[in-house]
Design a protein around this ligand. Structure first.
Ligand code: MG
Length: 267
């Protein structure tokens, strides 16, 4: 592990189950990020969550850490950036999703359609607690007319106070069933979110290590993007589930304190 860290130039950190459990930090955040700065490592925190980077910035600030939004990459930001990279400015986009997603896409110069007033170039689907038949129908009709289907993340369910409720993946599955159109998905375990995070740091995949708590999203996604990966045992998965699921990270650590110890000793 020590020799691995010698060659590393950047770190991608998952948020839920890695940096935080709910609102409680799982590590001394200020100490961790000052160590990353001291060791001259690039860093991005990346999450499948579709909250805005700004809301995460506030969450970090509540715990004494000022993190620029350049270092926070949610599926919402990544999806809007992806559109900017691949579609011309001013293109018409139909969005199923929260206001934050529409705002980020509009901010990058796209026209957000309210219905079928024009043909959409792209249909973007994220989690939407106000999903209606009308929205589903419009998405399907736009795709029949040639729009590309893009999903923010593949998660079928999201934990809420009421329990596990449908998320973007469920809506995508419905549209896919209706149209036969296979979506481009930005979030983990697809590699796009991580590839874009690596590009944000100006690094190449083999210079970056991803640290996360879930094998089927973080570790699988890191592997698909060609990154090194470390599993932390503070969230969903553990040493035991590595054997059960057959997804193997480069290393397994108990928590981010252990990562800080490795980093202090190795560089
Ligand atoms: Mg997590």
């Amino acid at each position: 592990m020590d020799s691995l860290m010698e060659g590393m130039k950047g770190v991608i950190l998952d948020i839920d189950g890695t940096l935080f459990r709910g609102d409680e930090p799982l590590v001394d955040l200020v100490a961790l990020f000052s160590l990353l700065n001291k060791k001259k490592l690039g860093y991005v925190v990346a999450t499948n969550n579709t909250k805005s980077a700004r809301s995460y910035q506030q969450k970090f600030k509540d715990h004494g850490l000022h993190l620029s939004t350049d270092h926070i990459f949610t599926c919402t930001d990544a999806t809007a950036d992806y559109l900017k990279l691949h579609y011309p400015k001013g293109a018409d986009v139909f969005v199923i999703g929260k206001e934050a997603l529409k705002e980020e896409i509009a901010q990058r110069g796209f026209q957000i359609l309210s219905g079928r007033e024009r043909d959409a170039r792209v249909v973007v689907v994220g989690g939407d607690f106000d999903l209606t038949y009308e929205k589903l129908k419009n998405a399907v009709l736009h795709i029949q007319e040639g729009a590309r289907l893009i999903g923010t993340n593949p998660d079928m369910l999201i934990p809420t106070e009421e329990g596990l409720v449908p998320e973007a993946g469920t809506t995508l599955a419905a549209i896919e069933a209706a149209t036969g159109s296979h979506p481009i998905i930005i979030g983990k375990p697809e590699p796009i979110l991580f590839e874009m995070a690596v590009a944000k740091m100006g690094l190449s995949p083999k210079e970056v290590i991803m640290i996360g708590d879930r094998l089927d999203t973080d570790i699988k996604g890191a592997k698909q993007a060609g990154l090194y990966s470390l599993l932390v045992e503070t969230g969903v998965d553990s040493r035991k589930s590595v054997v059960e699921k057959g997804i193997h990270p480069y290393g397994i650590i108990a928590n981010l304190d252990e990562f800080m110890k490795i980093l202090k000793e190795s560089r």
